[in-house]
Design a protein around this ligand. Structure first.
Ligand SMILES: Nc1ncnc2c1ncn2[C@@H]1O[C@H](COP(=O)(O)OP(=O)(O)OP(=O)(O)O)[C@@H](O)[C@H]1O
Ligand SMILES: [Mg+2]
Length: 295
């Protein structure tokens, strides 16, 4: 994500990443916040070029990166047009030879799974825009399916629930906080009441709304159910030898959304397989890409 001044004429990057995230919905005048990626794929090539150039400058300063290579994670089912656009953005940003690596593969490597052995491993990589389910063996992806559903869609579902059921408007950041609070309290006290700041569509004024977290049960379960359906589809297509391995080792969840409320429990209940949330799940893709880059 990037925040630009003068985006339509000569764009000047003011902030990127977390700093730009804080500006969503708060911009004024000639400022514009743009997402380079949406639902896991490149949607704005110019913004992607600015974002990559910003990242390169932060990492290397003014040093030239002659001969240095780069790896970039892409969804396993990215089209050749999407891959081509990303390579172009990387080249325009000044990166040298770029290698595109499937994110579920990188996530599995980053989670320390034995992807190069003759043994099946199932990974569910839970991102902001997409969730990818893959079975890996012998250093490659045997099977993969993805759903354009992730943390952002869950935040939207939480906001929609409050809007349509309670006539209360909240922003994406507040929805994200509710999701994380629900996750923390799920096993200890969902009767806890969340105090939500937003705008009442009845009084049309800023307001504080109190709601028991348990009211979000249906929203969380419906969301996790969409991911469970994909896991089931992939399991149904998996050859018996690989199924046997997956039954022995279980399913591994990676990505920032690995702790998505209900997800682990629902996959376990629906498939009978043990489910493990990878350690530092949000860093698995980056760690896996680093491994690929250095080896
Ligand atoms: N504790 C948590 N519980 C549930 N979701 C979480 C938690 N912490 C972070 N998330 C979600 O994880 C998502 C970010 O994950 P990640 O960084 O893996 O996504 P991404 O790589 O940017 O997205 P994509 O792979 O789809 O392009 C956000 O939607 C965020 O709300
Ligand atoms: Mg990701």
């Amino acid at each position: 994500m990037c925040c630009f001044e003068n985006f339509d004429r000569v764009p000047r990057l003011l902030a990127a990443g977390t700093a730009a995230q804080a500006m969503v919905g708060r911009t004024s005048g000639g400022l514009a916040v743009r997402r380079a990626l949406s639902r896991g794929v490149l949607q704005d090539i110019d913004t992607a070029t600015h974002l990559l150039r910003y990242a390169v400058n932060r990492a290397f300063g003014r040093k030239r990166m002659v001969g240095s290579g780069a790896v970039i994670g892409v969804p396993a089912d990215a089209t050749s047009a999407e891959r081509g656009a990303l390579s172009t953005a990387a080249r325009d940003a000044g990166l040298g030879a770029v290698r595109l690596v499937s994110e579920p593969f990188a996530a599995a490597v980053g989670a320390g799974l034995p992807v190069f052995q003759a043994s099946g491993t199932m990974i569910v990589e839970c991102g902001a825009g997409t969730t990818e389910v893959a079975v890996l063996s012998l250093g490659g992806i045997c099977l993969t399916r993805s759903v354009r559903v992730g943390g952002v869609a869950l935040n939207q579902a939480i906001a929609d629930h409050l809007r349509f059921r309670h006539k209360f408007l909240i922003g994406e950041h507040v929805a994200d906080q509710i999701k994380q609070e629900y996750g923390k309290r799920r096993n200890t006290g969902l009767e806890a009441v969340a105090e939500i700041k937003g705008r009442s569509l009845v009084s049309m004024a800023p307001a504080l709304f109190r709601i028991p977290l348990v009211e979000f049960d249906g929203v969380m379960e419906k969301h996790a159910g969409q991911i469970v359906d994909v896991v089931r589809t992939v399991l149904n297509m998996t050859p018996p030898e690989l199924s046997e391995d997956i039954h022995a080792h279980g399913v591994v969840l990676t990505g920032g959304g690995a702790a998505t409320p209900c997800l682990k429990d629902m996959i376990e209940a629906e498939t009978g397989l043990p489910v493990i949330i990878a350690e530092y799940s949000e860093r698995c893709v980056a760690r896996g890409l680093q491994h690929v880059l250095l080896n």
